[in-house]
Design a protein around this ligand. Structure first.
Ligand SMILES: Nc1ncnc2c1ncn2[C@@H]1O[C@H](COP(=O)(O)OP(=O)(O)OP(=O)(O)O)[C@@H](O)[C@H]1O
Length: 340
């Protein structure tokens, strides 16, 4: 890794220029008329990430978190909308233009066992993206060695193979591979969910340090709200491809305003039974079941019989989602929940 990146406004954009902007993103899978009749996997999502900021993207399995990550990384082209990296829409670039931007936008995947090529040394793995950027072989190796040191591994790990490292060490190597190019935005796709608890804490601390040191913007995909609370400043709550609620991490996790977020936070495991009981009580007061559970929907909701997840969110009725205030979008069902 090179010296800490220049985080001046000129290098990173001004405060008014987010590192990453996602606007009205619509993503579909499949092709043909039949696919068009299906609801899109991502349906009109938009949010920003400032330089040095972490935005947590949470939601149950299938809500569309990874699909947003894929659209941002150019792995799946959106049907419409924009993904702007420092103001430039990366969804409309040619392959060549995209390659030249690749250094600015990197990814760390969930599984450190499958994301590193077992047949390549760690040095080869770290040098490769630098060589693609046009960095000379000798300099690339120096940067690879520094990159390993910056994630707490010895520089001579360049000569070893992935099988010689533990899961946590492999994830450090994956982080070094992402950061060795001095990116501006990193997509972290469940980067600690394959690790044990103590290793998770170490890797999260490392990510927080590297973000603060280099002014990195993280799109942090996770389903564990505890983990998100540790690293993210803001949270975007996703459900069936739409944003249900977004705001500062403390307020969204401690005082969720949307019934779906209440259900999601209530479903998250918490270490203290008292806190879990308080969440359960809050959920019951709102009349919402656990996310993804078969509990009855809110009493009095006329759409409850048609709500497939029985969370009290009337999927049949979307759109319209309406803006309740600057930080909350809700289906009309929210109006029926007095505590909101
Ligand atoms: N390659 C694909 N082809 C067709 N549909 C897909 C494909 N990938 C994802 N989907 C669908 O898109 C929706 C969103 O999936 P996605 O993987 O983005 O959710 P997720 O929130 O990341 O889930 P998880 O937490 O389980 O990884 C789901 O309905 C899923 O079935």
């Amino acid at each position: 890794m090179t010296a800490p990146a220049d985080t001046t406004s000129a290098a990173r954009g001004t405060a008014a220029t987010p590192a990453l902007e996602i606007r009205d993103l619509v993503v579909r899978y499949g092709s043909g008329r039949k696919a068009k009749r299906l609801p899109p996997a991502i349906d009109g999502v938009g949010f920003d990430i400032a330089p040095g900021e972490t935005v947590g993207l949470v939601g149950e399995s299938g809500s569309g978190k990874s699909t947003i990550g894929k659209a941002v990384l150019g792995l799946h082209p959106p049907a419409s909308g924009a993904v702007r990296l420092h103001g430039q829409d990366v969804t409309r670039l040619s392959l060549k233009q995209r390659t030249s931007l690749a250094a600015d936008l990197r990814v760390v995947f969930q599984d450190p066992y499958s994301s590193l090529n077992p047949a390549r040394t760690i040095g080869q793995t770290l040098v490769e993206p630098l060589r693609l950027m046009g960095v000379g072989a000798a300099e690339a190796l120096v940067r690879a060695r520094k990159g390993l040191e910056s994630v707490g591994l010895p520089a001579d790990a360049v000569d070893r193979f992935p099988s010689q490292f533990s899961g946590g060490q492999r994830q450090r190597i994956a982080i070094a591979r992402a950061l060795v190019c001095d990116p501006k935005v990193v997509v972290l796709d469940e980067p600690v969910s394959a690790l044990d608890l103590s290793t998770q804490a170490q890797v999260l601390n490392l990510l927080a340090d590297l973000r603060d040191e280099h002014g990195l913007a993280f799109l942090f995909i996770a389903h564990d709200l505890g983990v998100v609370r540790f690293l993210a400043q803001r949270v975007v709550v996703l459900y069936r491809g739409q944003i249900m609620e977004t705001g500062p991490v403390e307020s969204v996790t401690q005082r969720p305003r949307h019934p779906y977020t209440v259900a999601l936070t209530a479903a998250a495991p918490v270490p203290r039974p008292a806190e879990q009981a308080a969440r359960r009580a809050a959920r019951e007061a709102l009349g919402v079941g656990s996310a993804g559970s078969a509990q009855p929907a809110a009493a009095g909701c006329p759409f409850a019989p048609r709500c497939p997840l029985a969370t009290g969110i009337c999927v049949e009725q979307r759109p319209p989602l309406r803006l309740v205030d600057d930080s909350l979008t809700a289906c009309h069902h929210a109006e029926r929940v007095p505590a909101l």
